[in-house]
Design a protein around this ligand. Sequence first.
Ligand code: AMP
Ligand code: MG
Length: 416
Amino acid sequence: MSGGLRTVEDQLADVLAAVRPLPTRTAGLADGAGCVLREAAIARGGIPDFDNSAMDGFAVRFDDVATASAERPVDLAVIADLPAGTADDPHLTPGEAARIMTGSPVPSSADTIVPFEDTAGGLDDSLTTARVLAAPARRGMFVRRAHDDIRPGDTVLDAGTLLGPRQLAALAAADIARVTISESPRVVVISTGSELVEPGFPRIRGQIPESNGLLLEALSRQAGGTVIRRVHVDDGGAAFRHEIAAATTGGSRADVVITSGGVSAGAYEVVKTELGDALRFSRVAMQPGKPQAFGVLPSGTLVFGLPGNPVSAAVSFEVFVRPALLALQGRSDLRRPALRLPAAESWRTPPGRRQYLPAVVDRTDPAGWSVRPATPGGSGSHLAGALALAEAYAVVPEETAVVEPGDLIDVVLLEG
Ligand code: AMP
Ligand code: MG
């Protein structure tokens, strides 16, 4: 506790303690894109799987060409042609070579590749004689050795890894066709507030366009969730009760419900009124995002009651909901790494609360990045427009009261 407020760590620990990883399923690689690997992926084939050529040229016996030079070229008889995909393994006797293309298997009797560039004729006449003008630097030159990168039976990726483009390619290269991945968390997003109107619809005085729903849906997707329902309800209670009932029963059951609004200290706080006994309502030492609600319903559904201000909702998602969605999928890295960047300007921070300031990274000097607030005017949690400019959160410790230019600040980039 600090000043009657819970620490961010305590709140997050409560959340993560409630997470039970979701079931797994097996899938083809293409279906695994964006999913979390739940069992280590073991190489079936090696990378590379066989000795192969790194260059277009000639497979040779090193001893034949060890003394070759422009002044004393060595002529080899070309006895075979080895395009990519060939299964041939021609036997080379002394004085013989095989034309070979990049990626083709190196004949068992050869040990070195001479690239076309080091021969007199290059590709021309390459099926009769190879006149070698330079000795290879060493035996084995331009041969990619079998299993250089991965051996059959090696772990290519550990459980808990997110399968992105490079990971999928590595699995395919190791001849892995199916993977065990996590089910995606089923998420319901409920925005609360009698003032909310769908964007584009007519409004009367006091009404505002509903924006948190889209925000939380898109953030959930980025974190691997599947949003099965997004809805906004008024503060009366009946609609909210109905949505919670639907999200906790039957075929529309959710793993996670994310609400926004209705958790702070005012009147008409619908989440507090309806789920006051089921969730823990906390005041967390952070800015924005002080009022937080979290709990697990009897159905097992995790419920996050986020504050309604758009910046508060976005920050709360980043700090509490995203780690939970990743943990549900068995992800090993729940936190984004922070960069340490100097502040480009001065700004104030609230004493006793950790600040998560929407920020931009000044990359004018590629060798000297710095961080500044996304809005020059300050950090209002209602500034939904400024939020769109942010690419990071500057995270400033509880005990700091003012950031001075040049102070080193933790910066969490929000991409991905
Ligand atoms: P609340 O947490 O319900 O007191 O809401 C705090 C502020 O956030 C109020 O100004 C609300 O109008 C605004 N707000 C709440 N929910 C949304 C939403 N879904 N979209 C945009 N603004 C919202
Ligand atoms: Mg409200």
